[in-house]
Design a protein. Structure first.
Length: 157
């Protein structure tokens, strides 16, 4: 494939089956992304980067439009303070721009937390590292590829 997304290259190296999905135009919402991918919003996985301190970051994977509970996240990581990474930090840490972030193909290992909602869906889509492009794969394959990731309930109830 010409101009293969970084996440797809990383998955190929791991031998993980996936499909690269190309949107025809600009994607303006999670709902639009899901509809164009023939998925429900719960199948679209968001990769959100948090800064714990100085140069320490973690990525949380959540399904669909659900919001992360800051209180739960702070308690789980044992920090009274943490922030969502800035656009500049996201690019520096992941080498991806916001709205393209993927847990695959990162320049260096990073702690990854997966909300169980991600694994409830048989098929999911994640960022690819390129605009207007997504990776569609089985959630079991995501779990296999991210075997070091921690499964933790992060969603506001």
């Amino acid at each position: 494939m010409q101009n293969q997304p970084p996440a797809s290259l990383a998955l190929d190296k791991l031998g993980i089956l996936h499909t690269v999905f190309q949107h025809s135009g600009q994607v303006n919402s999670l709902e639009q992304a899901a509809q164009e991918r023939n998925q429900r919003p719960e199948q679209v996985v968001r990769s959100i980067l948090f800064r714990l301190s100085g140069e320490e970051y973690l990525m949380a994977l959540v399904a669909g439009p659900k919001q992360i509970s800051w209180k739960t996240l702070r308690k789980y990581v044992g920090r009274s303070r943490l922030t969502m990474a800035s656009e500049e930090e996201v690019l520096a840490v992941t080498s991806y721009r916001i709205r393209t972030v993927s847990p695959f193909g990162l320049p260096r290992p990073i702690r990854i937390l997966i909300d169980p909602g991600v694994l409830r869906e048989a098929e999911i889509s994640v960022g690819s590292g390129m605009r207007k492009t997504a990776i569609i794969m089985k959630s079991a394959d995501l779990r296999h590829a991210l075997s070091e990731a921690e499964i933790v309930s992060l969603i506001e109830t």
